[in-house]
Design a protein around this ligand. Structure first.
Ligand SMILES: *C/C=C(C)/C=C/C=C(C)/C=C/C1=C(C)CCCC1(C)C
Length: 230
């Protein structure tokens, strides 16, 4: 087994995030039991997201430390499982106040698949990396449209639950500002001439830390404030 080198900054971030994901999972699972029933599922799903990421991070760190290469396949398997779960969160948040339709979920899922398939094929060298980037951006923009102006946005406006609205609005900022870190990582890693594996992985690791843990905390905070009132 190759040991973690103290000068391997990216390897250290892989390790820290592995453990942070485990701790977050424990927190969300325990806290879910304290929530009112219509928020409980949302908090459990937040814990599933960090659990799936925790498992992948342990393996991804091993790939990185052993080979110095990007764990691209593991990274995208993780995203393929966790991003749809986060889309389910949008649906659950709206469903908690009776404002969800299944069309909202399916459109968010289609946007996710286009975004991830484009990005994966570009990173894996199956298609030109610029083409992969453009396809990935198109999927992401479609998701942004749905949550800022589409049916999901309208469902949110029509709700009269303060906790639900604040959760939805915070999630909107995560999906726009928080998620923008990913295409920046891709751009710096693949589109600046050659491939910079250290930059891609450092940036994606930071992005996952924010977008999985903060995303869960936003849902937990809304659930906790609503539970207190009930
Ligand atoms: C837990 C994992 C999450 C929230 C992953 C999110 C990933 C993205 C938002 C990726 C986006 C990309 C683009 C918008 C264009 C270039 C290719 C991607 C896949 C890096």
């Amino acid at each position: 087994m190759v040991m973690l080198d103290p000068n391997d900054f990216v390897g250290v971030t892989f390790w820290i995030i592995s453990v942070a994901m485990v701790a977050s999972t424990a927190f969300f699972f325990v806290e879910a039991g304290n929530m009112t029933s219509h928020w409980r599922t949302s908090v459990i799903v937040a814990g599933l997201v960090t659990l799936i990421a925790a498992v992948h991070y342990y393996y991804m760190r091993a790939v990185w430390v052993d080979s110095g290469d990007s764990p691209t396949v593991l990274r995208y398997i993780d995203w393929l499982l966790t991003v749809p779960l986060q889309m389910i969160e949008f649906y659950l948040i709206l469903a908690a106040v009776g404002a969800a339709t299944s069309g909202i979920f399916w459109r968010l899922l289609i946007g996710t698949l286009v975004m991830l398939i484009g990005g994966f094929m570009g990173e894996a060298g199956m298609i030109n990396s610029t083409v992969g980037f453009v396809v990935g951006m198109a999927g992401w923009i479609y998701i942004l449209y749905e949550v800022f102006a589409g049916e999901a946005a309208q469902a949110n406006t029509s709700s009269n639950s303060e906790a639900q609205k604040s959760a939805f609005n915070a999630m909107k900022w995560i999906v726009s500002v928080g998620w923008s870190i990913y295409p920046i990582g891709y751009f710096l890693g693949y589109l600046g001439g050659g491939t910079d594996v250290a930059t891609v992985n450092a940036v994606y690791n930071l992005a996952d830390f924010i977008n999985k843990i903060a995303f869960g905390l936003v849902i937990w905070a809304a659930a906790a404030s609503d539970t207190k009132k009930a």
